[in-house]
Design a protein. Sequence first.
Length: 197
Amino acid sequence: MTLVGMPVAAADEAHPDCEDGQPLVGYRSTLFLRDLLEGNPAGLYACEGEHWDGQDTVQGDEAASCTPTVSAVPDDLFVAFCQGSDPNAAPSLDASQPLAVRVGSANYEEAYASTNIGGVGRAVIYVGPEMTAVYVRDNTPGNVLATAVSAPGITQGYVSENDCDQATYQGGAMAGDRTRCGRDNTAVTVQYARLLP
């Protein structure tokens, strides 16, 4: 009863950071670890859900067309082909655009890489001074990959083309009710060198 009544974090889905009060990866099954990790010297923390939809927060203002875009400045690297700052804006099954990529870095501190393969999926990674985040989405017909991952309960929702928000995802996960959130994607963030409240 206490778990169900816990407050649900309102997430900023444009940034790959764990929200204050957001449970660890695994939700109810890992609640005991949160107390152990609070105040740990390494400052490690990990979360998952709908807290990030894979957007580019490193070079987010850089546009990209299907004419290759390249900026080879070492501390401001940017390469893109058919991939804008939001990977979810890319078509999932477009025969004329089967591949989209986006890579950027800033000040030798942050890096972002996104690949969208039509008919297969999207994979995005962000690496920064305080966190590493991964976002994946299934584009296969019938969501074959998401179904395989969802079957043993690795993710907290049921397989669907819909995309619930973090509050819905987290509420269902904490209540043990996977029917609340339909999704074919997940985001996992590992934070370090910063202690969460």
